[in-house]
Design a protein around this ligand. Sequence first.
Ligand SMILES: [Zn+2]
Length: 180
Amino acid sequence: MDISPLQTRLPAIRKWIDTTVEEHRPAARPLASFGFARLGHYFDAATLKRVSVIEVDVVPKPPLAALGLHQFADFEQLNGAGLTYGDVYFVVKARANDESLHFHELVHTIQWHNLGVDRFILAYALGHLAGGGYENNPLEEIAHTLEGIFTKEPRLFRVEPIVIQHLERVVPALMEAAGL
Ligand SMILES: [Zn+2]
Protein backbone atom coordinates (compact mmCIF):
# COMPACT_ATOMS: atom_id res chain seq x y z
CA MET A 1 0.00 0.00 0.00
CA ASP A 2 1.54 3.30 -1.08
CA ILE A 3 0.90 5.82 1.65
CA SER A 4 3.40 8.41 0.40
CA PRO A 5 0.74 10.67 -1.27
CA LEU A 6 -0.93 10.97 2.12
CA GLN A 7 2.36 11.62 3.93
CA THR A 8 3.14 14.37 1.44
CA ARG A 9 -0.19 16.04 2.14
CA LEU A 10 -0.10 15.79 5.94
CA PRO A 11 0.92 19.47 6.33
CA ALA A 12 -1.99 20.56 4.12
CA ILE A 13 -4.40 18.39 6.11
CA ARG A 14 -3.05 19.74 9.42
CA LYS A 15 -3.45 23.28 8.13
CA TRP A 16 -7.03 22.61 7.01
CA ILE A 17 -7.84 21.14 10.46
CA ASP A 18 -6.31 24.11 12.31
CA THR A 19 -8.10 26.65 10.12
CA THR A 20 -11.44 24.85 10.35
CA VAL A 21 -11.29 24.46 14.12
CA GLU A 22 -10.24 28.11 14.57
CA GLU A 23 -13.12 29.30 12.38
CA HIS A 24 -15.61 27.44 14.56
CA ARG A 25 -13.84 28.12 17.88
CA PRO A 26 -16.22 30.94 18.94
CA ALA A 27 -19.08 28.42 18.88
CA ALA A 28 -17.21 25.76 20.88
CA ARG A 29 -18.76 24.63 24.15
CA PRO A 30 -17.21 22.73 27.04
CA LEU A 31 -18.59 19.20 27.21
CA ALA A 32 -19.68 19.83 30.82
CA SER A 33 -22.21 22.39 29.58
CA PHE A 34 -24.30 19.57 28.05
CA GLY A 35 -24.99 18.13 31.50
CA PHE A 36 -24.61 14.44 30.59
CA ALA A 37 -25.04 12.16 33.60
CA ARG A 38 -23.26 8.96 32.54
CA LEU A 39 -20.01 9.94 30.78
CA GLY A 40 -18.21 10.68 34.05
CA HIS A 41 -18.56 7.02 35.05
CA TYR A 42 -16.62 5.87 31.96
CA PHE A 43 -14.03 8.57 31.22
CA ASP A 44 -11.32 10.24 33.29
CA ALA A 45 -12.17 13.75 34.42
CA ALA A 46 -9.10 14.99 32.52
CA THR A 47 -10.47 13.61 29.24
CA LEU A 48 -13.86 15.24 29.74
CA LYS A 49 -12.29 18.56 30.72
CA ARG A 50 -9.94 18.63 27.76
CA VAL A 51 -12.54 18.49 25.00
CA SER A 52 -14.78 21.08 23.42
CA VAL A 53 -17.82 20.49 21.28
CA ILE A 54 -19.01 22.40 18.23
CA GLU A 55 -22.56 21.98 16.95
CA VAL A 56 -22.96 22.27 13.19
CA ASP A 57 -25.47 21.49 10.44
CA VAL A 58 -22.92 19.38 8.55
CA VAL A 59 -19.66 18.09 10.03
CA PRO A 60 -16.67 19.54 8.14
CA LYS A 61 -14.36 17.05 6.44
CA PRO A 62 -10.97 17.75 4.88
CA PRO A 63 -11.01 18.18 1.07
CA LEU A 64 -9.20 14.90 0.47
CA ALA A 65 -10.19 14.49 -3.18
CA ALA A 66 -9.15 18.08 -3.91
CA LEU A 67 -5.79 17.22 -2.32
CA GLY A 68 -5.49 14.33 -4.77
CA LEU A 69 -6.28 11.64 -2.20
CA HIS A 70 -8.97 9.87 -4.20
CA GLN A 71 -8.64 6.60 -2.32
CA PHE A 72 -10.49 8.31 0.56
CA ALA A 73 -13.40 9.55 -1.55
CA ASP A 74 -15.85 7.30 0.33
CA PHE A 75 -14.74 8.81 3.65
CA GLU A 76 -15.18 12.33 2.36
CA GLN A 77 -18.68 11.49 1.14
CA LEU A 78 -19.83 10.01 4.46
CA ASN A 79 -22.50 12.07 6.10
CA GLY A 80 -21.70 11.34 9.70
CA ALA A 81 -23.25 12.71 12.89
CA GLY A 82 -19.90 13.56 14.45
CA LEU A 83 -16.22 14.01 13.67
CA THR A 84 -13.22 14.57 15.95
CA TYR A 85 -10.11 16.68 15.38
CA GLY A 86 -7.79 16.43 18.36
CA ASP A 87 -9.52 17.71 21.48
CA VAL A 88 -12.38 19.24 19.52
CA TYR A 89 -15.28 17.39 17.99
CA PHE A 90 -18.15 18.42 15.78
CA VAL A 91 -21.66 17.04 16.20
CA VAL A 92 -24.73 17.70 14.07
CA LYS A 93 -27.31 19.82 15.87
CA ALA A 94 -30.02 17.16 15.54
CA ARG A 95 -27.95 14.77 17.68
CA ALA A 96 -26.15 17.23 19.92
CA ASN A 97 -27.90 15.88 23.02
CA ASP A 98 -27.26 12.22 22.20
CA GLU A 99 -24.91 11.06 24.95
CA SER A 100 -23.90 7.96 22.95
CA LEU A 101 -22.65 10.11 20.08
CA HIS A 102 -20.50 12.09 22.53
CA PHE A 103 -19.23 8.79 23.96
CA HIS A 104 -18.17 7.73 20.45
CA GLU A 105 -16.36 10.99 19.69
CA LEU A 106 -14.66 10.90 23.10
CA VAL A 107 -13.10 7.56 22.12
CA HIS A 108 -11.62 9.33 19.10
CA THR A 109 -10.29 12.19 21.25
CA ILE A 110 -8.38 9.58 23.29
CA GLN A 111 -6.95 8.14 20.07
CA TRP A 112 -5.87 11.60 18.86
CA HIS A 113 -4.41 12.45 22.25
CA ASN A 114 -2.34 9.28 22.44
CA LEU A 115 -1.16 9.11 18.85
CA GLY A 116 -0.64 12.80 18.14
CA VAL A 117 -1.88 14.51 14.99
CA ASP A 118 0.27 12.93 12.26
CA ARG A 119 0.20 9.41 13.70
CA PHE A 120 -3.55 9.58 14.19
CA ILE A 121 -4.14 10.69 10.60
CA LEU A 122 -1.80 8.01 9.24
CA ALA A 123 -3.22 5.25 11.44
CA TYR A 124 -6.80 6.26 10.68
CA ALA A 125 -6.09 6.39 6.94
CA LEU A 126 -4.26 3.05 6.98
CA GLY A 127 -7.09 1.50 8.99
CA HIS A 128 -9.58 2.85 6.49
CA LEU A 129 -7.69 1.33 3.57
CA ALA A 130 -6.88 -1.94 5.34
CA GLY A 131 -10.48 -2.41 6.49
CA GLY A 132 -11.87 -1.51 3.10
CA GLY A 133 -13.87 1.45 4.36
CA TYR A 134 -15.27 3.29 7.33
CA GLU A 135 -17.09 0.45 9.11
CA ASN A 136 -14.11 -1.91 9.31
CA ASN A 137 -11.48 0.65 10.23
CA PRO A 138 -10.11 -0.67 13.55
CA LEU A 139 -10.11 2.87 14.96
CA GLU A 140 -13.84 3.05 14.23
CA GLU A 141 -14.62 -0.53 15.25
CA ILE A 142 -13.44 0.05 18.81
CA ALA A 143 -15.45 3.28 19.04
CA HIS A 144 -18.60 1.55 17.75
CA THR A 145 -18.12 -1.50 19.97
CA LEU A 146 -17.65 0.51 23.17
CA GLU A 147 -20.45 2.92 22.22
CA GLY A 148 -22.73 -0.12 21.72
CA ILE A 149 -21.95 -1.46 25.19
CA PHE A 150 -22.46 2.01 26.70
CA THR A 151 -25.83 2.31 24.98
CA LYS A 152 -27.21 -1.18 25.62
CA GLU A 153 -25.66 -2.48 28.84
CA PRO A 154 -25.58 -1.19 32.39
CA ARG A 155 -22.07 -2.46 33.12
CA LEU A 156 -19.42 0.16 33.83
CA PHE A 157 -15.92 0.17 32.40
CA ARG A 158 -13.08 2.64 32.04
CA VAL A 159 -12.58 3.67 28.43
CA GLU A 160 -9.03 5.08 28.42
CA PRO A 161 -7.10 1.86 29.21
CA ILE A 162 -9.16 -0.15 26.71
CA VAL A 163 -8.61 2.39 23.93
CA ILE A 164 -4.89 2.74 24.67
CA GLN A 165 -4.36 -1.05 24.73
CA HIS A 166 -6.27 -1.33 21.48
CA LEU A 167 -4.04 1.32 19.87
CA GLU A 168 -0.93 -0.52 21.07
CA ARG A 169 -2.27 -3.69 19.46
CA VAL A 170 -3.43 -2.37 16.08
CA VAL A 171 -1.38 0.73 15.19
CA PRO A 172 2.12 -0.82 14.96
CA ALA A 173 0.71 -3.57 12.71
CA LEU A 174 -0.95 -1.01 10.42
CA MET A 175 2.25 1.05 10.22
CA GLU A 176 4.40 -2.01 9.60
CA ALA A 177 2.12 -3.26 6.82
CA ALA A 178 2.55 0.13 5.12
CA GLY A 179 6.34 -0.01 5.52
CA LEU A 180 6.41 2.81 8.11
ZN1 LIG B 1 -16.10 7.37 14.66
